[in-house]
Ligand binder design. Structure first.
Ligand SMILES: Cc1ncc(COP(=O)(O)O)c(C=O)c1O
Length: 364
């Protein structure tokens, strides 16, 4: 079985202050019945920005933080985040999947929101120390993982509408089981938009998610679980879902929208495109019209729709609705969704060759 560590360039020497929890909460957790993102591991990482510089990371027991009610994050939404996972293999080694991409993206998101960028060594050393400390929270077994949530918020007190001069970068971790959402049917958006040209759609900015809750509630009332967002100006082009990029399979060709300043550059999406090429699956990155998907659904050439993102890896979509009409997708035996999910997960869990150097060993 392959276990070649691929990347280790981030184990830079940064002095991290660690305040260990006096006891672990792990024995009180029912790992068989985890609700996604609701329980957090024993420790968290914290890094403060003040007087124009980031201070080295500090690790302390997971717990409350104190902020002034006037802290800018509450008023102007200067908040960005990331979503990643840690996996444990049969030999108790901890692995991350393409963490450089998350590091790059959190700083791109930060830049767009006028938040100072995080130094690479603080991100990686802080994260790795935290994972080593809370290693017991990463359970072995295909589908088990520790969901990692890095985020940055503006903490400076004061309601003047300008970027803050003080920030907090934190990492918290939540144990997760294989993410199964049940059957997913999506509504194609006709009126509401997630992002616009020149806006913050490509950033993992907190406000992008808050703004989706109301239209998503309406979609739920209409019998759907999620929305596929369309472009803000014409609503003719399919873009992405709430927390996933979206792929369509027409006949045997995979089609997905290009990333832009409206669409998140997903790590899962780009990995699927690489795997498609390596496995002889034709993939087109181009604008996808609502019209062609409706036609393909009607003439039987639309074989699959699936979402791609860190939480679920791949989320098959069983049907969709548009302008009051509902469409169901056929049952399929040679599913691309299942193929890519298996390929990706085997790389993540160190069960397959890491052909592209995506796996990252957390060195102990
Ligand atoms: C809006 C949006 N699109 C796509 C994705 C998928 O990105 P990734 O594969 O990097 O998790 C996410 C989740 O991070 C997201 O929030």
């Amino acid at each position: 079985m392959p276990s070649k560590p691929t990347t280790m360039k981030h184990n830079a020497s940064v002095d991290i202050k660690v305040d260990k929890a006096p006891s672990s909460r792990i024995d009180s957790v029912d790992f068989e019945n985890l609700k996604f993102g609701s329980i957090f591991s024993d420790h968290m990482m914290e890094c403060d920005y003040k007087n124009g510089a980031w201070a080295p990371p500090v690790i302390r027991p997971y717990g409350k933080i104190e902020l002034e009610p006037s802290a800018k994050v509450f008023h102007y939404g200067q908040a960005v985040f990331e979503g990643m996972k840690a996996f444990k293999d049969d030999n108790d080694q901890i692995w991350l999947f393409r963490p450089d991409e998350n590091f790059r993206r959190i700083n791109l998101s930060s830049k767009r929101l006028a938040i100072p960028e995080i130094p690479e060594e603080y991100f990686f050393t802080g994260l790795e120390e935290l994972l080593k400390l809370d290693k017991a929270w990463i359970k072995k077994g295909f589908g088990n993982s520790l969901y990692i949530r890095p985020f940055v918020i503006a903490t400076e007190a004061g309601v003047l509408a300008t970027p803050g001069s003080e920030y907090k970068f934190m990492i918290i971790c939540s144990p997760a089981k294989s993410y199964y959402t049940g059957e997913v049917r999506v509504q194609i958006s006709e009126k509401f938009s997630r992002a616009a040209d020149g806006g913050v759609g490509a950033a993992k900015a907190a406000g992008n998610y808050g703004a989706q809750f109301y239209p998503t509630n309406l979609a739920k009332e209409a019998g759907f679980q999620q929305i596929i967002w369309t472009d803000a100006s014409t609503h003719d082009f399919l873009e992405e879902a709430g927390t996933m990029n979206v792929f369509f399979r027409i006949n045997d060709t995979l089609v997905t929208a290009p990333t832009s300043d409206r669409i998140l550059d997903g790590v899962t999406r780009k990995s699927i495109l690489t795997l498609a090429e390596a496995n002889g699956i034709e993939a087109e990155v181009r604008r996808v019209t609502v019209k062609e998907i409706l036609e393909a659904a009607k003439n039987g050439t639309l074989k699959e729709i699936f979402g791609a993102g860190t939480a679920a890896v791949i989320n098959p979509i069983q049907g969709f609705g548009y302008k009051g009409e509902k469409f169901e997708l056929p049952e399929i035996t040679d599913s691309y969704a299942a193929f890519f999910k298996d390929k990706l997960m085997k790389i993540q869990y160190n069960l397959a060759e890491d052909e592209f150097g995506w796996r990252y060993l957390v060195k102990e």
